[in-house]
Write a protein that binds this ligand. Structure first.
Ligand SMILES: Cc1cc2nc3c(=O)[nH]c(=O)nc-3n(C[C@H](O)[C@H](O)[C@H](O)COP(=O)(O)OP(=O)(O)OC[C@H]3O[C@@H](n4cnc5c(N)ncnc54)[C@H](O)[C@@H]3O)c2cc1C
Length: 300
């Protein structure tokens, strides 16, 4: 399968956005057949669609991307272990055998609850039953300006951008003669030691200590400084303490520096400030908070 595009970028949206003339087709579904609209083709939305495969309903799955994404393996795309196509599949192909389901590429912007219509920029779609499964987004705890310096890891676009940033950092360090600048290039900060932060830290450790180790002549990739920052007293706080301890040991073996009880106070183009200490880093990745998507607000 070829790389699938992610319509979160403007250009991709321009290429993939659905034609505006779909409204008549949507209206043509027989009146006797209740119409279920599912917004979002993540795990939740697709599971709901599949559960309705034998039901006497017409299912329409709407997603702003043309692909379903297996998010748990995004960190492997971000570190170059897997290609985007290995963790995604087009929504159409997933539902191709389900005769009562159709797929619509569109970004939902709201819901008119009274009129029972899903709103999508300049078009809308009627529903009898509505399932909103739009997932979560990054939360920067009120510091939205940090997003420009510390991308999150939720989509293919973000994963490939992080991959580029990581690999370029090693390339630029190879050419850099100023020791301080080189160190900043080889410093990678992960903000948030939940599962994503822990996986990313381990994967960057693997990149530095195994994958890239023999490939450079002017730097030793093993000198990369990988800092995993956590505001809480330990990593993987929601998990059993013994598991967290094992992960802690494994990360330490990869020379990941774990800084617990260390809330981030600032993030900018030069790096981060944690508990008053500045860490110069050219790569900062946000693996901390998530918040529900805006879909909940559409209903009120
Ligand atoms: C890096 C990472 C690692 C993870 N690791 C694990 C793990 O190991 N184990 C585990 O159990 N969970 C893991 N998770 C969490 C898990 O992936 C999520 O809980 C799960 O994907 C949520 O499914 P969902 O269907 O609710 O949302 P999503 O999978 O996020 O799907 C939402 C869908 O809605 C679409 N959408 C959103 N807004 C709109 C809109 N306005 N219009 C149209 N479409 C829209 C999106 O394009 C997307 O396709 C991980 C998550 C991440 C990011």
């Amino acid at each position: 399968m070829k790389d699938v595009p992610d319509t979160e970028t403007k250009n991709a949206n321009e290429q993939l956005v659905a034609p505006q003339s779909i409204e008549p087709a949507r209206e043509s579904v027989p009146a006797a057949m209740p119409r279920v609209v599912i917004v979002g083709a993540g795990f939740g939305g697709l599971h709901a669609a599949r559960a309705l495969r034998n039901a006497p309903v017409q299912v329409t799955v709407v997603d702003r991307n043309n692909h379903h994404l297996f998010q748990p393996l995004l960190y492997q795309v971000a570190t170059g272990v897997l290609s985007p196509a290995e963790i995604s599949a087009t929504i159409r192909s997933v539902l191709s055998k389900q005769k009562n389901a159709e797929v619509l590429l569109a970004e939902v912007t709201g819901v008119d609850v009274e009129a029972q219509r899903v709103l999508m920029h300049d078009e809308s779609l009627p529903y009898d039953y509505l399932i909103l499964a739009t997932g979560a987004k990054d939360s920067y705890f009120g510091h939205n300006d940090w997003a420009a310096f510390a991308p999150g890891l939720k989509s293919i676009v973000q994963a490939t951008a992080i991959r580029r940033r990581l690999l370029l950092a090693f390339e630029m360090a190879e050419k850099e003669t100023d020791p301080q600048k080189r160190q900043a290039l080889l410093t990678f900060v992960l903000v948030g030691a939940g599962p994503t932060g822990v996986e990313m830290a381990g994967a960057i450790g693997g990149l530095a200590h195994k994958t890239l180790v023999a490939d450079f002549r002017h730097i030793d990739p093993r000198e990369a400084r990988i800092v995993l920052v956590e505001a809480l007293p330990r990593i993987l706080m929601p998990f059993d303490e013994r598991l967290a301890h094992k992960a802690h040991t494994a990360l330490t073996q990869l020379r990941v520096e774990i800084r617990t009880n260390s809330p981030v106070e600032a993030i900018d183009s030069e790096g981060v400030i944690i508990v008053g200490e500045r860490i110069a880093a050219r790569t900062v990745i946000w693996t901390a908070g998530v918040a529900a998507s805006l879909a909940g607000q559409w209903l009120y």
